[in-house]
Structures are given as structure tokens and as C-alpha cells.
Design a protein around this ligand. Sequence first.
Ligand SMILES: CC(C)(COP(=O)(O)OP(=O)(O)OC[C@H]1O[C@@H](n2cnc3c(N)ncnc32)[C@H](O)[C@@H]1O)[C@@H](O)C(=O)NCCC(=O)NCCS
Ligand SMILES: Nc1ncnc2c1ncn2[C@@H]1O[C@H](COP(=O)(O)OP(=O)(O)OP(=O)(O)O)[C@@H](O)[C@H]1O
Length: 543
Amino acid sequence: MNMDTRILDAGKEYDIKAAGEILRRGGLVAIPTETVYGLAGNALDPTVSAQIYKVKGRPSDNPLIVHITSMEELPPLVTEIPEAARKLAEAFWPGPLTIIMKKSPLVPKETTGGLDTVAVRMPSHPAAQAIIRAAGVPLAAPSANLSGLPSPTVFEHVCDDLTGRVDAIVNGGDCAVGVESTVITVVTEIPRVLRPGGVSVEQLRAVLGTVEVDRAVLEKPAENARVSSPGMKYKHYAPKADITIVDASLEEYAAFVNAQPDATALCFEGEEKLLSCPCVPFGRAEDALSQAHCLFAALHTLDEIGAKTVYARMPRKTGVGLAVYNRLIRAAAFRVLVPRDEMIVGLTGQTGAGKSTVSKILAERGCTVIDCDGVTRDPALYSGACLEELQKAFGRDIIEPDGRLNRRLLANRAFADEASAATLNRITHPVIYSRLCAEIDARRRAGARLIVLDAPTLFEAGADRLCRRVVSVVAEESVRMQRIMQRDGLTEVEAKRRMHAQQTDAFYADRSDFVLDNTVSVSETELDMMLAALGCAHTGEAN
Ligand SMILES: CC(C)(COP(=O)(O)OP(=O)(O)OC[C@H]1O[C@@H](n2cnc3c(N)ncnc32)[C@H](O)[C@@H]1O)[C@@H](O)C(=O)NCCC(=O)NCCS
Ligand SMILES: Nc1ncnc2c1ncn2[C@@H]1O[C@H](COP(=O)(O)OP(=O)(O)OP(=O)(O)O)[C@@H](O)[C@H]1O
């Protein structure tokens, strides 16, 4: 194929019209959407669908998503609109969600990969909407890359793959979401996610209640598995480099990667300083949306710099992180390496939420627990220069005449305002961090396999980098306040001060592999679910 490919501008009305005209005449145009660039053509014309498969080099049993711009365009495409689909459309359209329904005869089987269902999406990208309207027909638009290569999220990558193969490419800059849409089928009795994407499973459950997640989202599908959704084929996202995901804490990851010859690190932003090899960052560790946004461009960069052996950080499987994991595990051909046998789990959350209560149950189940509050109560911890600094910052009288630290006085002064709390952290966290490393080493040497670090200030102390997984315990503010007033004999003012020195629920949710809500209680079932999610279902046997 070597045709003239026009370059059009998403910001120019004349160019949008031209794209619409080409599509109406049965041509192919690569268009920007909020997820990734799409290779668009008339979804209702079987010869156009066949042409899309041909250009992409994609097997024709891989169904295409049909893009529309308004709810009025949906009824002709489907036999019925189930209640679940209506609710989802209301909540998430226009946006990165594709809904699978029973197809009407209007949609050719060539578009649906031979299936009697059709996948429909209403994109939110203004240029995508304008082009569909200009075309006057629904558009089939798989990702605008050659089959097997990472999906394009920037204009230049579309040009690399499709110049000379399509009639036009519309330049709309970078795609905001960066991974393909979430695909959910409402044809099954219980709605089921077939591909995770920009709308998270948690968001879908908030609208529909029960939602299943197809096994293929996390596991390698059988070679001859029937494909019921775009993107389920496992070779879909592979760059040229050999990628292996390393399931480890940041410290363990850095130690492992730095010991490998000729490695390239696919890490999170800011981690480069710990790594002695070439690094390609893909988003921030605590921000799955930024990872989704950057992932495919990072995979392209790996090819551009000629990376051969790549070790990738393990994304969290929560929220949009599940979509990031789903793409990365395919790019890695399902290779995951665990460099250390023992697993360190950080257990954190707000004061009074119930960390100690949960860690007690985990200890009963055979985990080795390190209590960080206990560590700070060791009179030997704050000594020498550290103690001198504490006294300088918070007053000489925080040390009693008998030499003991007056913890309540220190707490009242240190939690008085944000700046004082920051000073407390700056002085105490370096010594706490070194002590925690020593405590972990001792437990490792004693043969512990599952070590729980019960640390209220896990992130502030930088101790999260020692943990392969993080669990947060949260509870409503009024409940927490009552609990700590009762437990520690604090006044309301003292309790509030301490609570205000801490983080919000959202802060913990973004940084955790599992969140336990202990406003009322934490059941054994939830603990089982948590241990399963962490990958340590048989706790007792793990130790
Ligand atoms: C200020 C100190 C002496 C007060 O001691 P006190 O016996 O009153 O409280 P205790 O240590 O039992 O802590 C109770 C709770 O307060 C909260 N808390 C403690 N330190 C902090 C902090 N720096 N920031 C926010 N909350 C904190 C935690 O939820 C903790 O569980 C003590 O909390 C301390 O040394 N804090 C600084 C070190 C730290 O961050 N500790 C947390 C363990 S990693
Ligand atoms: N579900 C619950 N119902 C009632 N009381 C609870 C519940 N969970 C915990 N508590 C009580 O609330 C208090 C605070 O719990 P816990 O000490 O486990 O909190 P924490 O998160 O470790 O707090 P801190 O960070 O202050 O150490 C304790 O006295 C505990 O017994």
C-alpha cells in the first residue's frame, strides 16, 4: 500500500469537514480520540471494515468498536438497549467506555468479527465527535497502529505506522486517557468487564452494583481462545524489546535492576535517581491516570532507544491501574519476576482507623508484624543529634528531669500546625527509616516470609519504598475521633490536632493495593479478600 495520505488539523473546521467527506465516501481516516488514535471507517459498510483489517494487518475475527455521537444513533445498531446499558451510558458517555449489546442486522458481521453482538462507544474528544457528525455514519475505529505494535497516543506515532496506508490522518495532539476504552458486556446475566480502561471497575460497580471481571483481563488467554472483545489478544501491545515485570518493592526493584547487565528500566517518574541504567519513566507511582497516559508512548520510546532487555515496575491493579497492568502484562508476554521470596506489606491509614486492630488479626494468622509506633517508643531511638534537634525545635522541656521524653507535650506542640508536624517528620523520619530497615533485616534473617509494617506515617517516612504491597485502613472522621479520645485519653482538641496532621481517604486509595474500611468493622471475609488481592492467600503457610 502506498497512497497519498493527507494530513489534517483537528482544530480546523474545513479539515474536519474534509475528514467527514472522505469517510462518507468509504475512505479511511486516522482520528484522535480521548483514549488512543483510531483508524476510522464507515462501520456499516462491510468492504470498509475489511479494508480496516487489511491496513492494520489484523485478523478479521477481532471485533471493531462502533463510535457514535448521540443516544439517537444507538437504537438502529442494536436489537434492544438493556437497562444496564442505559445506566452506563448516562453515567459514562461520552467517555472511555464501550458497551457490548446484541447487534441489529444493520451492523455487518464484518465489523463485529463474526459475532452477533456489537461494541458501541460515544467518544468525548471534540474532534472525534465532529468527525463522526461530519461523516454522518457511525465509525468503526480500532487503534490506529499496525497489529501487534503499541497503540498510538501521539500524532507522530500514527504517522509512523499509517502514512501511505490511509486517506488522511487528523492531528489532534496527545490523547488524554492514553489507554483504550473499558469494554463491558451487558449481554451476560451479570455485566462483565472484558477489557479494563479509562473507566475503572470500581466506577462501574458504583453504577451497576455487581460487575464481573473476565479472567482474560489478568491471565494469559489460551492460544485458540475465542475473542469476544477488541484487545483481548495477548500479543496486542508488544514493542520489540523483551519486557519483564518485576514484582517487588522499589528498593528491591532497584537492587535487582542495578545488578543486571544491559538492562533498561521502565520505571515511575522520580525513581531514576535510584537506578544506574537507562530509564524510561511512565507516569507517577501514585497516579494510575498518569501511567495510562504515558504507557504507550513509553513503549515506543523503548524501541526508539533500542532497548533490548527491559525490567518494568509493577503497576497497582486498582482503579485505572488495572488497565495499565492489563496492557503492560501483554507487552511483557506475561513474564513476571519476583526477586525476593519474602513479601513486605505496608499497613497504614489514619489515626484510630484500626491499623493495630488489623495487624493483631494478621499476627494471629501467622504474619510477622513490625509495630512502628512501638519502634518510636524505644527510648534509645530518639537520642544524640536527633534528640538535640527535637529539643531545639519543640523546647528543652520535652525532656523530663528524669531524662524521659514527654510524648504528650511533644505531640501537642508537634501537631499544633502543619509546619510543626513537618518539622517533627523531618527530624524523626530518617532515624525511623534506618531502624525499620534493621528490623526488617532481622525478621528476614529469622525466616519470616510475610512481614507487615504497621506504620501510620508509612509514606511520610518514605518507608513505602520498602514494601511490595500497601494496605490502608480508613474510617469516618467522627468515628476515628471518638476512638482515639477513648483509647489515648485525649481531649477533642488534641484528637483533632493529630487527625489534621494526617492524610485524606483519597491519598491512601491512590497509594494502596487494598483499602479496608473499618468505620463499622472489618470482617474475616474482607481480610481473606485482601490477602488474596495481595497475592498471599495462605498467610499461615507463607511464614
Ligand atoms: C510525637 C510522638 C512522640 C507522640 O507520641 P504518642 O505516644 O502520643 O503517640 P504514638 O506514638 O502512640 O502515636 C499515635 C498515633 O499518632 C499518629 N502520629 C504519630 N506521629 C505522627 C506524625 N508524624 N504525623 C501524623 N500522625 C502521627 C499516628 O496515627 C500514631 O499511630 C510520636 O507519635 C512520634 O514520635 N511521632 C513521630 C514519628 C512518627 O511518624 N511515628 C509514626 C510511626 S512510623
Ligand atoms: N471496628 C471497630 N469498632 C470499634 N472499635 C474499634 C474498631 N476498630 C478499632 N477499634 C478501636 O479503636 C481504637 C483505634 O484502633 P487502632 O488502635 O487499631 O487504630 P490505629 O489505626 O492503629 O491508630 P493509631 O494510628 O492512632 O495507632 C482502638 O482502641 C481499637 O480497639
